[in-house]
Design a protein around this ligand. Structure first.
Ligand code: SF4
Length: 274
């Protein structure tokens, strides 16, 4: 099994998930979108109405702004991976509940393990607080580099904060943050990612699974004569990510200063899941 198969299996598990009550009100599970081997991963809060309808993250106005900001620094949507803390839409776009975050984030943890991005950008308070386990709000944390499991976390505002009336200052801050994101990716491209011993990636999808439980569960699924579509909520998938929350000055020196978009095709290609 290769990485694409393992990732597809994870998406399939999310697609039939009933771990929390949002499964009763969603239209579609919004697992994620983009290359599973991208250098850059955005993590939002939860699907909105359009995302729920289409099953794709960041397709509404927030998504348009995200695309615009990324394009301004030479990064295209096809070169990144985007996911949310919650995979299902909370009714009326209310804030995620703690129990929903607890139930759903094992999917996000595994997405990060699979993708192994060089740079992770949490968008807004919920994603930032989850990743950094930090009580400070996004206004204090944004625009800084946090070393995190061999990657760099750079929090910024959720695009919806910049779209609101009076969001001009936040938009300007986001532009600064995206310039930092670009510089950090350029620097990361010139480092060997094998330095990180927090993850393992090789040609075998099984080795990318977060735990022996995942591996045995996937094997069981594949051997089943028919899939019931049920997710066993009695077997919670444990979160095992452990961040470090001290901002650092990342060495952004690169031998050259390429204007080309991020190269995000080091490994297997697009999933074609969505
Ligand atoms: S745990 Fe996540 S994927 Fe499962 S029902 Fe809740 S929000 Fe949806």
């Amino acid at each position: 099994m290769d990485v694409t198969d393992a990732f597809a299996w994870l998406a399939e598990k999310a697609g039939s998930c009933t771990r929390c009550t949002l499964s009763q009100t969603r239209t579609n599970v919004v697992f994620g979108d983009g290359s599973p081997t991208a250098d850059l991963m955005f993590v939002g809060e939860a699907p909105g109405q359009k995302e729920d309808e289409q099953g794709i993250p960041f397709v509404g106005r927030s998504g348009q702004l995200l695309n615009k900001l990324a394009t301004e620094v030479g990064i295209t949507r096809s070169e990144i991976y985007i996911a949310n803390v919650l995979k299902c839409r909370p009714p009326a776009n209310r804030n995620p509940l703690p129990e929903e975050i607890q139930a759903c984030t094992p999917f996000l943890d595994r997405q990060i393990r699979f993708i192994k991005p060089a740079v992770i950008v949490p968008l807004g308070n919920f994603a930032t607080k989850y990743l950094l386990e930090e009580k400070q709000g996004i206004t204090r944390l944004r625009g800084q580099c946090f070393p995190w499991r061999g990657a760099v976390v750079i929090p910024t505002f959720h695009p919806s904060a910049a779209i609101r009336p009076g969001g001009g200052a936040r938009l300007a801050d986001m532009r600064r943050d995206f310039a930092l994101i670009r510089r950090t990716i350029d620097a990361a491209r010139h480092r060997t990612k094998e330095q990180s011993d927090s993850y393992s990636r090789d040609a075998h999808g099984e080795s990318l699974l977060a735990s022996p439980h995942d591996q045995s569960e996937m094997t069981r699924d594949k051997e089943a004569v028919s899939l019931s579509g049920e997710t066993n909520a009695s077997e919670p998938m444990a979160s095992s990510l452990s961040p470090v929350v001290t901002p650092v000055d990342v060495d952004l020196t690169v031998p050259t200063a390429p204007d080309t978009p991020v190269e995000a095709s080091r490994h297997a290609g697009q999933l074609g899941l969505f």
